[in-house]
Design a binder for this molecule. Structure first.
Ligand SMILES: [Zn+2]
Length: 386
């Protein structure tokens, strides 16, 4: 009898799913590149806006200088007018007849002189201000020059980056086309339909959850996704689900426990087996339970955990009652209360299925390591084993 070492049950992935993963990767890259290409002109536009702001500040500073210069000319004209007035008063004062008239003229002259000083003060103030105004203009000019240089640099970078992005975009579009052509058309429609409304059409399953919508999967759905033998869709978000054992935490203990597989106990009233091919049912797990003079048999699909057929009762201890099942079977660890097994009803809980599959992998690893003689798939510690 030869024990076949088959591909590890947990690592299977459908080719369609692999192509969908490629497709999703391409879709994401294409989206990212398109967004980046669209964002570059916006960055340039933002700098141009800043540039316009600096230009406005410069214009305002220059306009303020012009306003000051006009004001200064106005004050200078006023001073000239006042000086003419004073000289006119002085001429008049030579011709006055009375003391009162003379005093009145002197007053006028004093007023005019006061006015002149006031205008001169204002001119001085403008001259002091003019230094600050010049500084403002210089600063704005320097800023403008720096921004002009920066914008040229940004524009050049944006052109370069856009060209590189366009190149990558073409490459990803080609990869996308290849991936799409390789996927079953119905499945592709499902992917496209969900992607249109939800952004993505594919979701990884990790820690029993759909990672896209974060909803816990029903045990049966989870088992089906892990088995990787059929296409499974998330009940909640409709995304196509896939499982990557290398990324899921539950895969870790599998490696850690590799060297510490317990030997199945044969004295126990319960025995679990794996059968690689059982008629038309393919891979199955079988549990036998001895109870008094009877024994029972339950058969479960090894990939999904669903019970196949009804629970069967026969007279006698299971090895005598069901000898036809044990020929090619691999004995596994595992023991649960019969009441608990009854509660599972038609489907193994995910944790149970995990444990059985894990133990199966360890058993196979032991077998392939040559720890046992070929064909001796059922250990024989039990004294009553015949
Ligand atoms: Zn989901």
């Amino acid at each position: 009898m030869h024990v076949r070492i088959r591909a590890v049950l947990l690592l299977k992935m459908l080719p369609d799913v692999q192509n969908l993963i490629e497709l999703q990767h391409a879709d994401r890259e294409i989206l990212r590149l398109k967004e980046e290409i669209a964002a570059l002109p916006r960055r340039v536009a933002a700098i141009e806006e800043r540039l316009a702001g600096t230009k406005a500040i410069l214009e305002k500073a220059k306009a303020a200088i012009k306003t000051d210069e006009a004001a200064r000319r106005k004050y200078e004209t006023a001073i000239q007018d006042l000086q003419q007035k004073i000289s006119k008063y002085r001429d008049q004062s030579l011709e006055v007849k009375t003391n009162e008239q003379y005093k009145a003229l002197l007053h006028e002259i004093q007023f005019a002189e006061q006015d002149i000083r006031a205008n001169e003060d204002k001119i001085l103030e403008l001259m002091v201000n003019a230094e600050a105004r010049e500084k403002d203009v210089k600063a704005a000019e320097v800023e403008l020059k720096a921004e002009m240089a920066e914008i040229e640099k940004e524009k050049a970078e944006a052109r370069e980056r856009t060209a590189e992005d366009e190149k990558q975009l073409a490459e990803w579009n080609a990869k996308r086309g290849t991936a799409r052509a390789a996927v079953n058309p119905d499945l592709l429609r499902q992917y496209d339909r969900v992607a249109k409304y939800r952004g993505t059409g594919l979701s990884e399953v990790r820690d029993h959850k759909c990672m896209a919508c974060q909803v816990m999967l029903r045990p049966q759905t989870y088992n089906e996704v892990r088995a990787g033998t059929q296409i499974v869709v998330c009940d909640s978000c409709q995304r196509i689900l896939y499982y990557d054992a290398s990324k899921d935490q539950v895969a870790e203990p599998l490696v850690a426990q590799k060297r510490r597989r317990a030997r199945p106990k044969f004295e126990s009233g319960q025995a679990w087996y794996y059968v690689a091919s059982r008629g038309g049912e393919g891979e199955v797990f079988i549990v036998f339970i001895n109870s008094g003079r009877e024994s029972s048999r339950r058969v479960y699909d090894a990939a999904t955990g669903r019970q196949l057929g009804d629970t069967l009762l026969r007279e006698g201890e299971y090895r005598l009652a069901f000898p036809e099942e044990l020929g090619d079977a691999i004995r596994l660890n595992g023991s649960w209360e019969e009441a608990e097994i009854d509660e599972w009803a038609t489907e193994l809980p995910m944790v149970v299925l995990d444990l059985l599959q894990r133990d199966l992998n360890l058993a196979r690893a032991e077998t392939s390591a040559g720890a046992r003689a070929e064909g001796e798939t059922v250990p024989s510690e039990h004294p009553a084993a015949s």
